[in-house]
Design a binder for this molecule. Structure first.
Ligand SMILES: O=c1ccn([C@H]2C[C@H](O)[C@@H](CO)O2)c(=O)[nH]1
Ligand SMILES: [Zn+2]
Length: 126
């Protein structure tokens, strides 16, 4: 899955930050969705790799996910931003595994719940 995230990273559209990110999301049925960050001249419209992968999968009707991997050229394994953590918390199970990596090959394994404990959730709307 790290190799798949690296492949996804190659397709990043990051002309402004020059910071390419790749993500790979595996469904429970074994399908792999790739995502890269996609930036925009209107900077606030930039979309992260993690959300690209999740939205691709979700819009294909996928609902059950097994693993998300993320990679970028960071000193530590690439941490997803707050917005992605919130989206991941909504669409993936709390115990789903997340593998954070970087180009040096450092690896950090974590879970959805560890990335955003106490996330605002659909239950809070009731
Ligand atoms: O985990 C992360 C962190 C940042 N980015 C993107 C957003 C923006 O395009 C660039 C710089 O923040 O990296 C991601 O895709 N994922
Ligand atoms: Zn993000």
């Amino acid at each position: 899955m790290i190799t798949e995230a690296l492949k996804a990273r190659e397709l990043a559209y990051a002309p402004y930050s020059k910071f390419k990110v790749g993500a790979a999301l595996k469904t429970k049925s074994g399908k792999i969705y790739h995502g890269c960050n996609i930036e925009n001249a209107a900077y606030s419209m930039c979309n992260c790799a993690e959300r690209t992968a999740l939205f691709k999968a979700y819009s294909d009707g996928e609902r059950e996910f097994e693993l998300l991997s993320v990679v970028a050229d960071t000193h530590r394994p690439t941490p997803p931003c707050g917005a992605c953590r919130q989206v991941i918390a909504e669409l993936c199970s709390k115990d789903m595994k997340i593998v954070l990596t970087n180009l040096k090959g450092d690896i950090q394994e974590t879970t959805v719940n560890d990335l955003l404990p106490g996330a605002f959730s659909p239950a809070d709307l009731k």
